[in-house]
Design a protein around this ligand. Structure first.
Ligand code: ZN
Length: 74
């Protein structure tokens, strides 16, 4: 193990993660992150469990409804 992984994220680290659109693991910076599942937590707001395949940490992304993609039958 090269660097010890932060146990708790700073507000700055979280802000950086949100600004980047949630593309990199907020703990180790890896791009190997993926959403596991999601749950509604309020009107227009949901939480998605996200996992990093490199450091094994998981966290919940808070997602706000900003629009829809229409699905076309067929
Ligand atoms: Zn990671």
């Amino acid at each position: 193990m090269a660097k010890p992984i932060e146990r708790k994220l700073s507000k700055k680290a979280i802000a950086r993660y949100v600004e980047s659109g949630g593309k990199h693991c907020p703990y180790c910076g890896s791009r190997g992150i993926w959403g596991v599942g999601s749950a509604a937590i309020g009107a227009g707001v949901s939480a998605q469990e996200t996992k990093c395949t490199d450091c094994g940490r998981s966290w919940d992304d808070i997602l706000k409804l900003s629009g829809i993609y229409e699905r076309h039958p067929g």
